[in-house]
Write a protein that binds this ligand. Structure first.
Ligand code: 5GP
Length: 189
């Protein structure tokens, strides 16, 4: 997606050699005009299957998932990272290794919001080594729902996440695919 690639080149910052900071338009301040174009593009890429629900992970995926859901006319569910009282006692749970923090955390979704047979589209901001998406797939599988695909705004293809998701037989679509990041320079595939 040319618009997104141009924005990454203009406003993205490379931290070390494997973290891309996009705080000024995705992860802290959010550019809603850009999110609208992202939502339209996900709708185009996943228009061949019925989508009942979008699943994402808090916090950064929520804004993108909500705008995207307007094009599919479906609800958004986000997995929680903290088990608050109001989730109740009936929930699905999975482990995720955090790429950015290098820690293990758990994600939770109430059994009320993932149901057997539903077609679920995963949407998230980044695909790095795929752990967050694998955690979401685990939750969907526990609910006996169907993963119809996974859409990412930015993929870092040198970190191997896509291969893991393809092994699970899932359609993967990313709007900007970065093949390398060196000396603050981003190279797209
Ligand atoms: P994965 O689980 O695929 O390794 O990493 C995906 C999650 O880590 C995303 O939900 C995102 O929040 C975070 N993440 C991974 N790589 C980056 C990055 O380069 N920049 C930012 N801002 N977040 C990242």
């Amino acid at each position: 997606m040319k618009l997104l690639e141009d924005r990454i080149l203009k406003d993205g910052r490379v931290i070390g050699n494997n973290i891309l900071k996009v705080d000024s338009f995705i992860n802290h301040q959010m550019d809603i005009a850009l999110f609208n174009e992202i939502g339209k593009e996900f709708k185009r890429l996943f228009s061949d299957v019925r989508v009942d629900k979008i699943l994402t992970i808090e916090a950064s995926g929520i804004g993108i998932a909500c705008i995207t859901a307007q094009y599919f006319n479906v609800p958004v569910v986000f997995s929680k990272k903290i088990l608050s009282n109001n989730i109740g006692t009936d929930y699905y749970k999975a482990d995720v290794i955090s790429f950015t923090k290098n820690t293990l955390y758990k994600i939770f979704v109430s059994k009320d919001y993932l149901k057997t047979g539903e077609n679920i589209l995963i949407i998230d901001d980044f695909l790095a080594n795929g752990q967050a998406a694998l955690g979401l797939i685990n939750l969907i599988n526990q609910a006996n729902a169907n993963v119809i695909g996974a859409g990412f705004v930015i993929e870092k293809s040198f970190q191997g996440g896509r291969e893991k998701l393809l092994q699970s037989g899932i359609k993967v679509e990313s709007l900007a695919i970065i093949k390398s990041m060196n000396d603050n320079k981003v190279i797209f595939e």
